[in-house]
Design a protein. Sequence first.
Length: 158
Amino acid sequence: MSAIAPGWRIVRDDLSHPHVVALIELHVRAAFDNSPPGAVFALDLSGLRAADVTLWTLWEGEALLGMGALKQLDAEHGELKSMRTAPGHVRRGVARAMLEHLIAEARARGYRRVSLETGSNAPFAPARALYAAAGFVACGAFAGYSDTAFSRYYSLVI
């Protein structure tokens, strides 16, 4: 069952809308504010424009509710990136709806696994709980990541 609420829409984003740019900037700032030096792997606007990354945004009318991206690591493995709920829309199911969309997209692409990196401290606890509830399990560092003091890695076989 989809978590997308009536009136919500998820769109593949071209990263040009000012609200989207602002949410990306907020996401990157929060990553730096809540992570130790050298442990920030959030993609900025240029990173999200890379050919191997696709960003989707979730909207309700003209209100941006959140975003999430999928990065292709190889033909069978994708990475979740840039999951963020917009301020004022937390606890509405935005992250769950976006996560379900990203997993469905990964399946449609033929990926066999989706992985992610997130922080280990309190500001990242809601993200870790969301991923655990969706069936992600702890795994080792992947795709060139090496930080194991702060970062936590999760994977979902699909």
